[in-house]
Every structure is written in C-alpha cells, then in structure tokens.
Design a protein around this ligand. Structure first.
Ligand SMILES: [Zn+2]
Length: 327
C-alpha cells in the first residue's frame, strides 16, 4: 500500500510557504538558530539507538526523558516508520472513523519518515521547555516564549530551522486534509494568552478564563460536587505538544491522532472550553468510562451542560463526555 504523504498534497498547493511562511521566518530569524553544528541536523542516522517513544497507550506527558541527557542523545533512530501499516477497510462514512477512532484506515494520512523524525525531536524539545517553565505555566506559554526558553536552557537547546518549519507545517496545514473537520479557532501560531485573563483552579494545575468559563466551572463544581478540572486553557504550545504526543502514539498517523485530539489551532481549550473528571479517577476520566460515572449523569440532569464532541459529532472526533462546551 502506498502511504499518503502529507507534504505531497499540501505543498503542491503552495499555500503554506506563500501565505504563512513569514510568521515563523520572522521568529526563526529573531532567534537565529545556527544549525551548522547542530547534532540534530547533522547526525548520521543511528542504527542501534533505542526508540525513545515506544508506542503505548500512555498519554501522560511524562517529561522525564531529558533527565539524564541531551535531546540529541535521546533521538530515536531513523527507522521510525512501521514496516507495514495494518490494513483496515476504508470507511465509507466518517462516523465509522469517529466510532472506531483507534483503528487505522487505508486512507489515513501519515507523516513521512523525515517528518516523523523531526516530530520526535520537536516533542523532546517541547518536553524540555515544559520542564523548564513548569507544568502549570506551560498551559499558557506562547510559541515566542517557548522558543526563548529553549534557547536559554542549554539542555533543551534552540529549535532548529527544520523543527520550526515542521511546527509551522503542522499548524498551518489544512486539518481537513487528514480528516479533522472542526473549525480553526486560533489562526495565529504565535498567539499569546494574557495571564491576567486567566484564573488557576486550586488543586488542578490548570487554568480557565476569567468570566464566563470561570463562572461556569464554579457553578458546575457546586452543582455536581466531586469533579475537578482535568484540563483547562491550552496554549498553542500545549495543544501542539499534546497533538504531537498523540501522533507519536499513532506512529505518525495524523488522521488517527486527530480523531482523539484536536490539532493545534483547532482546540476550543484555547478559547474557553474545559475538561472535567471525577476526583480520584485519574486517566480513566479521559475514557468512555467517564460517561458511566454518577458525576456525568448528574451533569446531564442539570440541563445546561453541553458536550463539545458528542457520539455523533460532525468534527471527525471521538466521543468526549468529559469535554464541556463553554463558548
Ligand atoms: Zn477537552
């Protein structure tokens, strides 16, 4: 089977470089990453390094990968692409994909091998930034600041031109090209979140926007009881991180990743939505199990709670009973 290359269709149109290239061009120039001596760019393909990201169901953003070494020591070798992609029948109807979001379909769009390698190095660098700024702050950080932090902390290191191009490509690629059908709600890659517009929810490590979202959360918490904010505001950086982590799990399958996580720029977490879970449930809150909880049933009975991604949503996304539609 021929795997479809994201670049093939996208760059052919020229929209990426013509319309959007200047944004990162500007950012990259101002940080002037010198890649001539960068081992990430110049390294020989390693033949026997361990894969840093074994495919697993673990969706936690463990940033411990940098604990004992630099990013270049942790890069996986170049043979990242799977030898064979499982053959799954073509979905004639998009709801088949929504309902079988963890399956692979023959018309899914994959990153190519080079892009997959860049994805790994970008994700490692983002993890380094997260460690540097802390998990809470990372929810709000802009790309401009993330780039500065990466450059400032030697162990993280400046993003290379190749990595910046990759980030830009992911952000500006038309997500519908790989099956995500939701709106783009943040169009600027370098969008900033003003901290004074946000409020941190105690014991959650997450933020919501002051005003409507804050009031909504407080009312919901008061009405339902034993729930907690499990994810609030997400900057473009945070959403990019989550999306790329999902892409790694999906072995570079962008379509599959986007069935369970909105691509950066497309997440309503950026403009007001938030996730809630049952206190003490941990990662089970992000599974269908949450819809069986008393807390979810209580939310439904309230009458005012709307779920962003329903079981038959038109966005190409899995059912997310935990994701509250605010805006
Ligand atoms: Zn959510």
């Amino acid at each position: 089977m021929n795997r479809r290359d994201l670049l093939t269709g996208f760059l052919a149109g020229g929209a990426f470089t013509a319309a959007n290239g200047y944004l990162w061009q500007k950012a990259a120039d101002s940080f002037s990453p010198d890649t001539s001596n960068d081992p990430l760019v110049n390294a020989e393909p390693a033949s026997d390094r361990e894969t840093v990201f074994p495919l697993s169901e673990d969706t936690s953003l463990d940033s411990g990968a940098l604990a004992d070494g630099k990013i270049e020591d942790l890069l996986p070798e170049s043979k990242l692409a799977p030898g064979a992609v499982p053959q799954v029948a073509k979905a004639e109807h998009y709801l088949d994909k929504v309902r079988n979001f963890e399956s692979e379909f023959v018309d899914d769009i994959h990153l190519n091998e080079l892009e997959t390698r860049t994805m790994h190095s970008v994700l490692l660098r983002l993890k380094g930034v997260e460690r540097s700024v802390g998990h809470g702050n990372y929810n709000l950080i802009s790309f401009d600041r993330a780039l500065k932090f990466a450059k400032r902390f030697k162990q993280v290191g400046a993003f290379t031109r190749e990595e910046l191009d990759f980030l830009e490509k992911i952000f500006f690629t038309e997500a519908s090209a790989y099956g995500f059908l939701g709106d783009k709600v943040i169009t600027e890659l370098t969008a900033e979140i003003n901290p004074s517009d946000t409020v941190k929810i105690p014991y959650s490590g997450h933020y919501v926007y002051r005003g409507e979202a804050e009031n909504y959360y407080n009312k919901l918490k008061s009405d339902v009881g034993s729930i907690i904010l499990t994810s609030g505001i997400r900057s473009n950086v945070k959403q990019m991180h989550l999306f790329l982590a999902k892409c790694v799990q999906s072995n570079g399958n962008l379509s599959k990743a986007s069935r369970s996580l909105a691509p950066p720029g497309h997440s309503y977490h950026g403009i007001g939505d938030f996730d809630v879970g049952k206190i003490g449930w941990g990662s089970a809150n992000f599974t269908d199990q949450f819809s069986e909880s008393d807390e979810f049933k209580r939310m439904q009975d309230l009458g005012y709670v709307q779920i962003r991604y329903t079981a038959d949503n038109r966005f190409g996304v899995r059912y997310e009973p935990w994701h509250i539609k605010v805006v």
